[in-house]
Ligand binder design. Sequence first.
Ligand SMILES: NC(=O)C1=CN([C@@H]2O[C@H](COP(=O)(O)OP(=O)(O)OC[C@H]3O[C@@H](n4cnc5c(N)ncnc54)[C@H](OP(=O)(O)O)[C@@H]3O)[C@@H](O)[C@H]2O)C=CC1
Ligand SMILES: Nc1c(N[C@@H]2O[C@H](COP(=O)(O)O)[C@@H](O)[C@H]2O)[nH]c(=O)[nH]c1=O
Length: 601
Amino acid sequence: MGFSLGALVTPIFCKANNNNSINSHSLDASYIRRAAEIADKSAGFTSPHPNFGCVIISAAGKVAGEGYLYAQGTKPAEVLAVAAAAEQCKGATAYLNMEPGDCYGDRAAVSALVQAGITRVVVGIRHPLQHLRGNAIRALRSEELQVDVLGEDLQSKTIEEALKSCLLVNAPLLYRAASRVPFAVLKYAMTLDGKIAASSGHAWWISSKKSRSRVFELRGKSDAIIVGGNTVRRDNPQLTARHGGGHVPMRIVLSQTLNLPEEANLWDTADVPTIVATQRGARKSFQKFLASKGVEVVEFDILNPKDVMEYLYDRGYLSILWECGGTLAASAISSGVIHKVYAFVAPKIIGGKNAPSPVGELGMVEMTQALELIDVCYEQIGPDMLISGFLHPVPDLTPVIPSVEETSAIDPSVTAYESSIIFFYKTWDPYGAFSNFSPHAIQMPCESGNYLTWPSVEHYYQAHKFVGVNDPVARNCVEDIRSAKSPEEAARMGRTMQRQHPDLVRSDWESVKIDVMYKALKCKFSIYPHLNSMLLSTAGSVLVEASPHDLFWGGGREGEGLNYLGRLLMQLRSEFLGESSSSSNKISITHQERENELKKA
Ligand SMILES: NC(=O)C1=CN([C@@H]2O[C@H](COP(=O)(O)OP(=O)(O)OC[C@H]3O[C@@H](n4cnc5c(N)ncnc54)[C@H](OP(=O)(O)O)[C@@H]3O)[C@@H](O)[C@H]2O)C=CC1
Ligand SMILES: Nc1c(N[C@@H]2O[C@H](COP(=O)(O)O)[C@@H](O)[C@H]2O)[nH]c(=O)[nH]c1=O
């Protein structure tokens, strides 16, 4: 079954609201579009969370406040908009491009709207994740606010257009939720005669400077950029987002042979990390060389776009930009992992019977088999034309995470808290509050004995790599990490600093880091009663941080990780439950013991 955005925006209208005149619909539509527009400002930074925007229109009909989610874990859009609108919130209407997610039970967005005296909320789309969908809308209605959802309570041609803008601004999340792979865009630059390089392989530059700036923006909104081995050999690309700061995507090379040059821009990982995905066992000596350069090598039994995308899904990625040549592009399209295409067409002709084209062999023999793009846009950029559109068909938008009620309806013997292994990773997962990225501030004593507030456990943990080091750079770094705008940013700062200045990491770090983490977790799960209850309710289950790449704190891709975060949480649970530490919860259990434990579970 497939759906298109076109199909999605033809909603099933549940009830007509006759009180809404065409005029008020067009106002509602334009404010919702504005909410979607500001939500898009932080695309790339919020990943893997949705892009949220909120516009507050006062009772007098004026724009009183706006806000958007700056990055995952930062203040919700609604909280910012309410703060900006202040007194004008009384009797006002709030426009949200998407229903807020109630990831961790603190309902910050809902509380802000209710407490500010907002009387009506217009919601673009419901939250796409099943375990979050409808929660905030129900909560707002139970507080007697009027909530109108586009396509359900409001319907008209203008509303349909506004709904579309809400879908587009969070398309990556919708596709990810529907297909269990990240949203993927194939981007290429070609001449008017359909070539992506000359017959010699030379490709610099087909598109104009202006178009390439647009590519930097696209990169900045993506979590990772993929190319194939041949593009590395031919182009020696940098694949960086050079659009003036902002989000830095990961660079990924797919190479079966690992027959790659020793000198390549991508092996300079000082500022931007690189992953090389390859076939199991390929050129072990080169794998070692890459590792020595700080490049992460991930082996696959059989390297193919689908498995790579599934792996990137597990890693929590939301959107991937494929900037490869035609061979790999054909393989990715055939595997069904490409959702959108951006084709930059330059008014140039290069000719050449053997000059490569953007998409290699797809095995089609008749024009009727051609894949047709939908929701196509044409935009002139300098001398070039950018043609973009969605590939058809794309998977149905069936939510993949069942709600607790649904799970127990299917199998009454299963409840969310009784499964033997509980995996958690991203903060939006059902047990996402166990993640160190969950935005729960903690108060911890500092060296002087005074209490300092840390926005999340991650902030505290990363900063403590440099605590106590007698160096002004290290001291600044601690403060910078403490004020990082999001846990993700704190993690990036801590890791980069550790990689670039290992001399500034405290000498006892390896021996104290588990203790540092435990103290922070203990504080977090002590001061938030709902987190404490959630942890205690998992008694009997093994907790595993499902990070496929962190083999120390996480469980790894195939259970090869040490899962120290899961273990610490289990130890904490035992402590709270007053249990004498059982073998299953001891930090010192061996890897083998853990394997056995997981097998038993
Ligand atoms: N104008 C544009 O927008 C662009 C132009 N180009 C040009 O395209 C040319 C390179 O094109 P092309 O060789 O097609 O591109 P790629 O190098 O991007 O893709 C092919 C390579 O990908 C690796 N690969 C890994 N898994 C697979 C798989 N399942 N199927 C296919 N390949 C896989 C292989 O690397 P390995 O051989 O190492 O195993 C293979 O050689 C160059 O001339 C480059 O300049 C490239 C990108 C964009
Ligand atoms: N030739 C070509 C593109 N090629 C793509 O850009 C990569 C180079 O990126 P970087 O090293 O970061 O500048 C190259 O390997 C290929 O993937 N892109 C375009 O927008 N327009 C162009 O004309």
